[in-house]
Write a protein that binds this ligand. Sequence first.
Ligand code: CO
Length: 213
Amino acid sequence: MMNELKSLFENNRLWADDMKAQDPEFFAKLSAQQAPEYLWIGCSDSRVPANQIVGLMPGEVFVHRNVANMVLHTDFNCLTVLQYAVDVLRVKHVLVVGHYGCGGVKAAYENADNGMIDNWLRNIKDVQHIHSEQLAAEPDEEASCNLLVELNVRHQVAHVCHTTIVQNAWARGQALSVHGWVYSLNDGLLKDLDCTIDSSAGVEQAYRISSGY
Ligand code: CO
């Protein structure tokens, strides 16, 4: 087993040496503090690595990834990352990044029994149901799935904004924008869905929180 993983340690040593060659103080500076301006909430898919896609170095983007880039109000893992990013790191931007060809979205779209994961993907089914007419108007299943990827991102952007974490940040005057993007595996390019929300004015009335601030 160790031999199978040996190359990873070799790669790691080469990478660390390379970083030190470029900037001898790189690790010393980074180990002292992190001050990323961005929180990336993306899919776990191995083809969608946060830092590389946007050309950012270690220390420049705080990352949370799960299957199909979901933001659910019962998920303490995601909420913990969001709270730390907003309250402590004070990131300026939250980036919800979906990707076309997402296996999680496709699994939600289909009606197969996938076991436990269907519970995780249940929220996408709700998005599918809400937008069923719009999805049915697409020419084929692939196009429908890709539209569902976009719609899912828009809903997860809204979910980020429904949290007390984000609404309290706005109430105390903290600059914070929440963006929805989609990445294409075919050409490596990001698309902005232009659904940015940067104040409680962008939150539907039912989800607005009367803050103590
Ligand atoms: Co995916």
